[in-house]
Design a protein around this ligand. Structure first.
Ligand code: 4AD
Ligand code: MG
Length: 477
């Protein structure tokens, strides 16, 4: 008989059916009630065992974590907490889980402990909910772009150009670290390396996506990117997934419109399709908040917060205006900011971004037209000669979630900026080629997928929204 998923079984229409179901034991009470979970839903299936019909040796193996196959009849449940249950007729133990050593017992575990058990933590309600929402969001991303005329473009993971400047890179090499070939000057000779040159893991697929946008019109990447920054924060990973759409003939306004519409659409998708998991995560968050002082508690519950995003316009604010707001803000005047905002041109720290979003505007903010000096070489220089058509989207509780820009499509202006920023044009010859042959205005942005999952699930630490996080000093699993 074909096995059912628990999700499909938990409906009154199933009453009377003979069923087979597989899953893992969450709890086993009174030698009689198994709570079985198979990952298809947050809810468990109650399986009722008549202990007199089963061997002691079998019953002993029904421990938290054990994998079972159960055959039986679906009946209406007399107990509270579930409408239906299975009356167990046959029971097969796929694999036991010794309660003396199985780490995921039915009690509260700390996030720190669970990170050390990343291979097992998805067997908890919290992580299963987060990972189902993550999967739904990934689907929604592809769905959105498919419905809006974009092509999915696979940017290379290994890159020969290190000029993007988005962050420190991880070197890719097959040279023997103990005995590398050396040049006449005594430096490592990467000419002898696998690719005949220095290569790294990519920090962004943008530059390559630009090449494809200039033929396919609208493309997007969705893949892993790598940054070797030593940032031990709750918002940084060394390996994270980024979504990078790139559109020919789009200016900065079109870019902002797309980013806002895209984010709203994918959040709406999970509001419609992940209700059960979001309700669970919301409750979890409310419980967690109860342990915090009043002032640190969020004024909105999770689902309300997501709806707030989908139903309200993002506030669009030029950098120059943001600087004025920050300069005159209370924390700046009272010297509460770690980095005081004194003059136009400074880069914004996350404390500033959070002030703007959480205190001043109280909604998502799109900051745009940043000083050229603090932004990448490829961003389009504005008429004023000192700002570029950049835009960052800032979210409450997260800070920067999107970074994007209109790209410099004018060859001469691009070359001048590359020179100023000491970027070797020879290395990026193919990128400047795009400005020589059929150049046109174009724009794009990068959305940090884990930061979005963090926002959508209310998880406080980015390490808890990716299956196996990579951070400084940590690449276990
Ligand atoms: O602002 P970033 O560095 O932009 C770029 O890489 C551009 N090339 C994107 C583009 O225009 N196509 O990164 C984009 C986003 C950030 O806003 C943030 O959400 C996320 O990527 N991000 C990280 N997420 C997790 N861990 C890190 N270390 C991250 N660094 C950036
Ligand atoms: Mg950025």
């Amino acid at each position: 008989m074909k096995a059912y998923s628990i999700k499909d079984l938990l409906t009154p229409d199933c009453i009377g059916k003979e069923v087979v179901v597989n899953g893992w034991v969450r709890t086993f009470r009174s030698n009689r009630f198994i709570a079985l979970n198979d990952g298809s839903t947050q809810r468990n299936l109650q399986c009722v065992v008549d202990f007199e019909s089963f061997d002691e040796s079998i019953l002993k193996q029904i421990n938290t974590g054990a994998a079972l196959r159960i055959s039986g009849t679906m009946v209406e449940s007399m107990g509270r907490g579930q409408a239906v249950e299975v009356q167990v007729k046959e029971l097969f133990i796929h694999g036991g889980a010794d309660p003396e050593v199985y780490p995921i017992q039915p009690k509260k575990h700390t996030m720190e402990f669970l990170r050390e058990q990343a291979h097992l933590r998805v067997r908890t309600n919290t992580f299963a909910a987060v990972m189902r929402v993550r999967s739904a969001l990934a689907f929604a991303v592809h769905n959105y772009f498919r419905n809006h005329g974009f092509y999915y473009f696979h940017a290379p993971i290994i890159t020969g150009s290190d000029a993007e400047g988005a962050g420190e890179m991880f070197r890719v090499t097959t040279l023997d670290p103990k005995n590398p070939p050396l040049t006449d000057e005594g430096l490592v000779d990467y000419g002898e390396d696998f690719f005949g040159k220095e290569t790294n893991l990519t920090v962004s697929g943008q530059l390559e996506a630009e090449a494809y946008a200039m033929a396919l019109g609208k493309v997007y990447t969705f893949g892993p990117t790598f940054r070797a920054e030593n940032s031990n924060t709750s918002r940084h990973l060394a390996e994270f997934w980024m979504i990078e759409p790139e559109m020919a003939f789009y200016d900065l306004d079109d870019n902002m419109d797309l980013a806002e519409d895209f984010i709203k659409d994918i959040l709406n998708y999970i509001l419609t399709n992940c209700e059960e998991d979001l309700m669970f995560l919301e409750k979890r968050l409310l419980d967690e908040e109860k342990t915090k002082p009043q002032a640190e508690r969020s004024s909105m519950a999770l689902i309300e917060k997501l709806k707030f995003i989908t139903e309200n316009e993002f506030k669009r604010v030029p950098y120059t205006e943001a600087i004025d707001i920050l300069r005159n803000s209370k924390p700046n005047k009272k010297k509460k900011f770690q980095f005081l905002v004194n003059e136009w041109g400074v880069d914004l720290q996350s404390e500033h971004e959070r002030y703007l979003v959480e205190k001043h505007f109280n909604c998502p903010v799109i900051l745009y037209d940043y000083p050229a000096k603090i932004k990448a070489f490829y961003m389009r220089l504005n008429e004023d000669g000192k700002t570029v058509g950049a835009m960052d989207i800032l979210f409450p509780g997260i800070g920067e979630i999107v970074g994007g820009s209109q790209r410099e499509e004018r060859l001469d202006v691009l070359q001048k900026r590359m020179e100023e920023m000491e970027i070797d044009e020879k290395e990026l010859w193919w990128y400047t080629d795009l400005r020589k042959f059929g150049t046109a205005k174009h724009s794009g942005f990068g959305l940090g997928f884990e930061r979005l999952v963090q926002f959508a699930t209310g998880m406080g630490n980015i390490r808890d929204v990716i299956p196996f996080p990579r951070t400084p000093q940590n690449a276990e699993f």
